[in-house]
Design a protein around this ligand. Structure first.
Ligand SMILES: [Zn+2]
Length: 285
């Protein structure tokens, strides 16, 4: 630890500078939520996948379909990974989604894909926890600030070997779904959308915190798939994340993923978004 340096004379003036938004998002292409809602009316369920506690499962969603993640038996948070079904190198980019939309996402916001694609993968169309807002601790739900609980950090901090962290759950699920060895599946696992998780940063120390999720059975988060998706959802060993994760201590519950086909005529003229328009010459040639 270093000693805190003494503050300069103009310290207060420097601190008083007002922040500016890094990425003003009023020029982002707006999702056509009324169109999605019309397509959702009369949609037909085509698949469902139960995710067991402390496990993960994969699911596929064609472009233009919807998928819904529901809490079914008790408060439970889920760690979500998304890939382009046809190209695993295009995957959910949690950090850029955070930069564009903020620390937590809700209805009308989108999950963006990695470089060089950087396009919407999915759009949130319904969030039954949308009433929560930001609480007195600065906490909110569905964060893109956490990474995913993983056995490496546990080992670093306590020397443990715990195998049902979301990272390992997602790795096993992807390996099974694509019939890959674990070592080939693992590098595809990435930072997640923390579905239903209630998190923030402490104001005094800036540390990442979690608190008991406000989710209750019947709550759900629903998405419109902008491109063909392969998803994986882990029912986090932290349960509702009120106390701890990366152990078998917390009460954990299953989750449900359902896929719905839209009423087809509404999306007759809709197309998946194009990949990002940057020419990738990076200033050469
Ligand atoms: Zn987890």
């Amino acid at each position: 630890m270093t000693d805190t340096p003494s503050a300069p004379d103009d310290a207060q003036a420097r601190r008083a500078v007002r922040p500016v938004i890094c990425y003003p998002n009023d020029s982002l292409p707006e999702p056509d939520l009324p169109l999605y809602r019309r397509a959702r009316q009369g949609a037909v369920k085509t698949a469902e996948q139960r995710v067991d506690p402390r496990e993960a499962a994969c699911f596929e969603v064609p472009a233009g379909h919807f998928f819904r993640i529901t809490s079914i038996e008790g408060p439970q948070v889920g760690d979500l990974n998304l890939w382009n079904r046809n190209n695993l190198s295009e995957r959910f980019y949690s950090g850029k989604t955070r930069a564009l939309h903020g620390t937590h996402v809700s209805t009308g916001e989108r999950l963006w894909s990695s470089f060089p694609y950087l396009r919407p993968m999915a759009t949130i169309v319904e969030d039954t926890l949308g009433w929560y807002g930001i609480d007195e601790f600065g906490g909110s739900v569905h964060d893109v600030i956490g990474t995913r609980c993983d056995p490496y950090t546990g080992n670093l901090l306590s020397g443990s070997q715990y195998h049902h962290c979301c990272h390992s759950n997602l790795t096993r699920a992807l390996a099974d779904h694509l019939r890959l060895p674990l070592a080939e599946a693992e590098p595809h696992v990435h930072d997640v959308l923390n579905v239903f998780m209630c998190t923030g940063f402490t104001r005094d120390t800036g540390q990442y915190f979690m608190k008991a999720s406000p989710v209750r059975p019947g709550d759900y988060l629903e998405f419109f798939a902008e491109i063909d998706l392969l998803g994986a959802l882990s029912a986090c060993p932290g349960g509702d994340c009120s106390a701890e994760h990366s152990s078998d201590t917390a009460a954990c519950f299953p989750m449900l993923v359902e896929v719905f086909a839209p009423s087809s005529d509404e999306l007759a003229n809709w197309r998946p978004p194009a990949v990002n328009g940057y020419d990738r010459s990076h200033g050469r040639g």
